[in-house]
Design a protein around this ligand. Structure first.
Ligand code: M6R
Length: 642
């Protein structure tokens, strides 16, 4: 939610900042801006809309839209765009700067509300991610001191507040520290000051911020991909830490200005992970990466003997007495991650015979939750930075729970604050709509549930070994589904104009339906909902008419007949119907209009792959509508504010 970057070094900062912002555009894209410290002071350039409009504003050249271009034309347009970004160096000159891509909270998306914001004289500039909760109070006070505000943002108060303290001692470090003491809420901040043209100051509380340590140059960024091109050595700033970056070194401080000595961490990521690699969009690339992501997540946790999986083990922790004697599993997360939790509920109940509560983190945090001593508390978060999930984690810890986190992001806040971490080795997920992170979250949950069943004696040894073997085959089955892409693409081209899409299913499939419906609404803006199939006739069927597509997930043979009846009921009311199933006996031949076959697998594991056709369907509906699935309107990848 908002991306910030900063640079200090020998090179021209402008193209570096813009390129870094491009890699963070998934965090927000309603406006962008930079502030560069040149010979004549701070130069600020801002523009409403995507980063390309900022480039246009700086260079005065139109950036060609790559929509509806052939692959070749697209590559040409991309190369031209890169040249135009380089050209920005001719217009905005300086070796130090900060940049921002915005997801609006306070004030509409506009040039004026875009960051950076400055003090009245334009000598201090600030970029900010987060929300300053007491901004109105500070703003009133500053206005009473005669400060005139230009924007509607909460961030502008930070620039004026720093200026207020700067006037006391003419010391920018002192001024930032004093201002931070007055701020309530969350922030990741980048600050430059005309009178200190050798440094960028950065600080964080409840929003992610990393410092990239380069060779004769240093960086700040909200996320690793932004700076991976320049360095793999990073400091993950801790809560309330402040960093001062010079070209040749970085100093870290605590909130009281005391120096902290810490070595940077090395980032192992593959650089190509942050590129599209010839795919039209990151979302499509990430859907295709699922077989590998699933293998990478599963393999290190399978104990193999003579080429056969014989056990599950997590290096991160032992399945001790706590697992054996647990009374409940409590899962808390947001959005897609919470839907992974819903599937996880069926898995834990099925394999470990343990009651499970799944809660939206945004509800959990305000409900004065009841946690018991023998609960196992799990949070799930791709980014590891979701504000509600983090708060839920902290509340659970305060209640005495030991928190297990399933996350995709090494070094994230969730990974640092949880007691035990299980990484989904999905690699960086750039598209806003989660795909590979979701299926790898499911893989982790299944591993936990099955192992817990073994530890508690609720799964017989033979069944345990069979499930392990079946799990091992899941990535290959996922691969066969993504290879079936043209069939789903064609289906999307026939259905993308439907007014309503309902996903239905029973048991595991009812949980999976929620994620399928979310994916579609996120990227195609089509009205889609999920219903437990048995609930249809208790109300939702009133919505069904000939503008409706009903998609049934059917992976439980014992319930095929029930699903077939649901299909006939909605067909009788004019709906088009699709069944996604592993059945090959023809159970839906005489009822569904279309059937998409997924490879046969253990019924209870099918959820990991049955979602993939729905991901592809969502993707192709968006493309058919001329939308950019990587950057759906109003959304941001990492929701670091409440
Ligand atoms: O990073 P997290 O997994 O904590 O994010 C949670 C949700 O914000 C996220 O899953 C959101 O629903 C995605 N846009 C789903 O595609």
């Amino acid at each position: 939610m908002c991306g910030i970057v900063g640079y200090v070094g020998e090179k021209n900062a402008t193209p570096i900042l813009i390129n870094a912002l491009k890699k963070l555009e998934y965090r927000g894209y309603d406006s962008a801006g930079i502030a560069v410290l040149g010979n004549d002071g701070i130069i600020v350039r801002k523009a409403k809309g995507a980063i390309k409009y900022l480039v246009e504003k700086i260079t005065g050249e139109v950036v060609k839209d790559s929509k509806n271009l052939s692959k070749e034309e697209c590559e040409k347009a991309e190369a031209e765009y890169e040249r135009q970004i380089e050209k920005t160096a001719d217009f905005v000159k300086g070796n130090i700067g900060i940049g921002h891509t915005r997801w609006a909270t306070h004030g509409e998306p506009s040039d004026i509300n875009a960051h950076p914001h400055t003090n009245v004289s334009g000598t201090i500039a600030v970029v900010h991610n987060g929300i300053i909760e007491n901004y109105a109070k500070i703003k009133n006070w500053l206005q009473s001191q005669g400060v005139v505000f230009k924007s509607q943002t909460d961030t502008e108060v930070v620039a004026h507040l720093i200026n207020y303290y700067y006037e006391q001692k003419k010391d920018i470090f002192y001024a930032v520290l004093q201002a931070l003491k007055k701020l309530e809420g969350s922030y990741a901040l980048g600050v430059v000051c005309k009178d200190f043209p050798d440094r960028v100051i950065a600080a964080r509380k409840d929003c992610p911020l990393i410092v990239g340590v380069g060779n004769g140059e240093n960086f700040i960024a909200s996320d690793v991909p932004a700076i991976l091109e320049y360095t793999r050595e990073v400091h993950y700033l801790e809560q309330k830490e402040v960093a001062v970056l010079y070209a040749d070194h970085v100093d870290l401080f605590n909130e009281d200005g005391e120096k902290i000595i810490r070595k940077p961490s090395h980032v192992e990521w593959d650089l190509s992970a942050a590129k599209k690699d010839g795919y039209a969009h990151f979302m499509l690339k990430e859907i295709h990466e699922q077989p590998k992501a699933l293998t990478d997540t599963l393999r290190p946790r399978l104990v193999i003997e003579n080429n056969v999986p014989v056990d599950i083990k997590f290096d991160e922790f032992d399945f001790d007495e706590n697992w054996k004697n647990a009374g409940r599993i409590v899962i808390t997360a947001c959005g897609t991650a919470s839907y992974a939790g819903m599937v996880g509920r069926y898995a834990f109940e099925k394999f470990a015979r343990i009651p499970v509560v799944v809660d939206a983190a945004s509800e959990f945090r305000y409900r004065n939750p009841i946690l018991k001593k023998d609960d196992i508390f799990i949070v799930i978060s791709q980014s590891g930075e979701t504000a509600d999930t983090l708060e839920a984690l902290r509340i659970a810890k305060k209640c005495g729970a030991k928190v297990i986190a399933i996350t995709n992001t090494v070094g994230s806040s969730v990974s640092r604050e949880a007691d035990r971490i299980i990484y989904t080795w999905a690699g960086p997920e750039i598209a806003v709509a989660s795909t590979k992170a979701y299926t790898t979250q499911l893989m982790c949950l299944y591993l936990l549930a099955i192992k817990m069943g073994e530890v508690r004696g609720t799964i017989a040894k033979d069944d345990y070994l069979r499930l392990l073997k079946q799990l091992e085959e899941i990535p290959e089955k996922a691969k066969r589904i993504v290879e079936n892409q043209p069939v789903i693409q064609k289906f999307a081209s026939e259905q993308f104009n439907k007014a309503k899409i309902f996903y239905i299913g029973r048991l595991f499939d009812s949980a999976s339906s929620m994620e399928c419906a979310l994916k579609l609404k996120e990227v195609s803006y089509m009205h889609s909902e999920a219903f437990a199939a048995g609930e249809l006739k208790h109300g939702p069927i009133a919505l069904v008419d000939n503008s409706t597509l009903v998609v049934a997930l059917a992976t439980e043979p014992a319930l095929y007949e029930k699903i077939a009846s649901n299909i006939l009921e909605v067909k009788a009311r004019g709906a088009a119907t699709l069944v996604i199933t592993q059945d090959c006996s023809g159970a839906f031949k005489n009822c569904a209009d279309t059937t998409i076959q997924i490879p046969e697998c253990e019924n209870d594991l099918a959820s990991i792959i049955s979602v993939i056709p729905a991901q592809l369907f969502a993707y192709y509906c968006a493309v058919q509508k001329g939308l950019n699935p990587d950057m759906p309107r109003n959304l941001a990848k990492s929701v670091t504010v409440e």
